[in-house]
Design a protein around this ligand. Structure first.
Ligand SMILES: [Zn+2]
Length: 500
């Protein structure tokens, strides 16, 4: 019998390999080093204190709203493709794997292979349908169930919209939100209410500014001018839609309170404060939301994304860019998008009136960031705590003074430690220096001894040479004496032989 090709051993090894390359989300990677404070896991918003999502986390979360291909292909958004060849092709693939998303099916190896075999026009048509299916979510009740957990993370306006969506999810349990909003009954109703509300708001606005103008005729020239200027400023705020309702209200009330304070006619000032209470501060309503979703043909996913994005960790320029704030590190904190939008470019002393909790939550955020820096888990942020503390202090008129003592102490200890180790190195080098100097001294001493010995030897040599010279002279003298006497002896011998 043949052994199975994929035996258990092979399978286990294969799984191990796959696991090694699988990216991990949702839990802390031990020792991971971050280079951007927005990526710190579970960093809480510096304003509301809610948990924030990293941009990766947002994408992952959004993916969980994607519907399987079986339900997606029933969605009315795709009605206009229903009779095409491309749609039927996708339908066939979906029948084989109904639980997978259309995107998963199209991107699978098998799907890709089948698509490549088709003619280019057909491929294009399939891709187009694919893009539409990306925008289709699970049905409304499932969306509500998933988002419910994050209800408190939504801004006031979105909470109101969420209530209405909850209602519709019960009324149309089999549909998605984009489908529900496009139901003729729903779309027409909200378009009508939105129009009526908008008309009512603009009528109210006209009426109130008329009352203010009428009242100004009783004022002094100076006060009249001041009121006209205040009216213009208030109108700009109401019309630009930059701030949320409660902010608009506070800003406009402040303006008229300042006018009332400076106005010489106190009765008129008080009257004006009463009149402006009726201004339409409301900047958005569920009707407006639904109407714009229908008008802009928003997909389910982009509707859901509006809620999910509220929780994304975003950079907040503490000193607003519009006020000359820089893109630099020490001007940046992390806020959830909800709070970031609410703050807009408002000065912090004003914004803090609505969010006194920010004092505590920003401190918590800086505490966590400091912990990451101190454990070497956040790169290149060494000067951040000091920089942001100074920036926060000056831009909140000393209302928020961050406590970074723990970090300063850490820096101090670190500096002390490196001083200590430098000192140790210096001590070691000093010892080596002394040692080397000692050795030179020893060699010098040895050299001295040798030199004096040399001097003695040289003297001895000179004496020996002198003696040699004397001996040489004596020897030479003796030698010539011998020579002389030898020749005398020879002469005598010659004479003796001649006479014999
Ligand atoms: Zn927040």
């Amino acid at each position: 019998m043949l052994a199975p090709i994929f035996n258990n051993n092979f399978n286990n090894n294969y799984k191990k390999q796959i696991n090694r390359f699988r990216p991990s989300f949702g839990y802390r990677l031990s020792g991971k080093i971050y280079t951007d404070i927005r990526d710190i896991p579970h960093l809480k918003c510096g304003c509301c204190g809610d948990d924030t999502f990293t941009s990766d986390g947002i994408k992952k979360f959004l993916d969980t709203f994607a519907a399987d291909s079986r339900s997606v292909l029933k969605n009315r958004v795709l009605d206009r493709f229903r009779d095409t060849e491309a749609f039927k092709f996708i339908q066939t693939l979906s029948d084989e794997q109904p639980k997978k998303t259309v995107r998963e099916i199209l991107n699978s190896g098998e799907g890709q292979e089948k698509i490549r075999a088709l003619d280019p026009r057909m491929q294009l048509a399939i891709m187009q349908i694919g893009i539409y299916t990306d925008g289709i979510s699970v049905t409304a009740p499932k969306v509500i169930k998933k988002l419910q957990k994050y209800y408190s993370n939504f801004g006031r306006d979105l909470q109101e919209i969420f209530h209405l969506m909850e209602f519709y999810s019960i009324k149309y349990p089999d549909k998605t939100f984009a489908e529900i909003f496009r139901e003729p009954d729903v779309a027409n109703y909200h378009a009508k209410v939105f129009e009526l509300t908008a008309n009512d708001a603009s009528a109210r606005k006209i009426n109130i500014f008329k009352q203010l103008r009428d009242l100004s005729s009783t004022l002094s020239v100076k006060d009249k001018k001041l009121l006209q200027k205040t009216n213009t400023d208030a109108m700009v705020i109401l019309n630009n839609g930059l701030y949320q309702s409660h902010i608009n209200k506070a800003l406009i009330e402040d303006m008229y309170a300042k006018f009332a304070d400076e106005c010489s006619d106190k009765t008129a000032g008080a009257k004006i404060m009463e009149i402006i209470q009726d201004l339409p501060f409301q900047t958005s309503s569920p009707d407006r939301f639904i109407t714009s979703c229908v008008r802009e043909r928003k997909s389910d996913m982009s509707i859901i994304e509006m809620f999910v994005r509220e929780m994304q960790a975003t950079y907040e320029h503490f000193k607003a860019k519009s006020m000359g704030g820089q893109d630099e590190q020490d001007n940046i904190i992390v806020l959830c998008k909800k709070c970031n939008n609410e703050r807009s470019n408002l000065p912090y002393p004003f914004f803090l009136r609505f969010h006194p909790e920010m004092k505590i939550n920003l401190q918590k955020q800086i505490d966590k960031i400091m912990t990451f820096i101190m454990h070497g888990r956040l790169k290149d942020y060494d000067n951040y705590p000091i920089g942001i503390r100074d920036n926060v202090k000056s831009n909140t008129d000393n209302e928020i003074i961050l406590n970074i003592n723990k970090y300063l102490k850490f820096r101090e200890e670190k500096a002390e430690k490196s001083l200590e180790s430098s000192k140790a190195i210096l001590a070691r080098d000093e010892a080596l220096y002394q040692e080397a100097q000692q050795r030179i001294r020893e060699i010098d001493a040895q050299l001295e001894t040798l030199m004096s010995e040399l001097r003695v030897l040289k003297k001895q040599k000179r004496n020996a040479e002198d003696e040699f010279a004397v001996i040489t002279a004596a020897r030479d003298a003796s030698k010539s004496l011998v020579d002389e006497q030898t020749s005398i002896l020879d002469k005598i011998k010659q004479i003796v032989s001649k006479n014999s």
